[in-house]
Design a binder for this molecule. Structure first.
Ligand SMILES: [Fe+2]
Ligand SMILES: [Fe+2]
Length: 187
């Protein structure tokens, strides 16, 4: 593993102690899943570490980062401020940290919405985020078990959980999340 202390220091500036711990846990879980599924462990750790970098930024600042990228927010995404931080962080990585690796950038970008046809690295970051050791929700043990046995099944279960929550709360569902759900159902 490379030395990540520069990035941890950056995270300390942007995040609460609790979310910094979450970020490190996601990085560790992502590395473990990468090892298990034959993905790049270094990329998985790095993307996991930085995935929530913009989560505690003002929404206006998140929008500014998104505006610096090629990401277009349609009206549905505009109605979902809770997902913006993934896209903002993808832009931050590209424009501020000079990350050029598209696989890393996209796995950070899609950790909030998911999408159809995700790469293994994208799936790993999505699943690491909901199975990191700080997570505590009723079905977390089952999600952790699925994460270690079948990444596609874990994606489907994660999407079912998230979509159910969105519907129950009366929130909108982005096109990418909708397409991801259909993709993993049909897979
Ligand atoms: Fe996040
Ligand atoms: Fe997260």
């Amino acid at each position: 593993m490379k030395d990540h202390s520069v990035y941890v220091a950056l995270l300390e500036k942007h995040l609460s102690a609790k979310r910094l711990t979450h970020s490190i846990n996601v990085a560790e879980q992502a590395q473990l899943l990468a090892k298990l599924y034959g993905a790049d462990e270094e990329k998985a750790y790095f993307a996991g570490l930085l995935h929530d970098l913009c989560k505690e930024m003002d929404k206006d600042e998140q929008l500014q980062w998104i505006a610096k990228s090629d990401i277009i927010l349609d009206s549905i995404l505009q109605s979902q401020p809770q997902v913006w931080h993934g896209m903002a962080a993808a832009s931050y990585l590209q424009n501020e940290l000079n990350v050029t690796d598209k696989a890393i950038i996209d796995s950070v970008r899609y950790h909030t919405t998911a999408r159809a046809g995700m790469t293994t690295l994208e799936e790993i970051i999505y699943i690491a985020d909901i199975t990191s050791k700080d997570r505590d929700y009723p079905d977390v043990d089952e999600m952790r078990r699925l994460a270690l046995t079948d990444l596609s099944q874990a994606m489907l279960a994660g999407l079912q959980y998230n979509l159910t929550r969105l519907v129950q709360k009366g929130f909108t569902i982005s096109q990418d999340t909708f397409n991801a759900y259909n993709y993993y159902i049909m897979k």
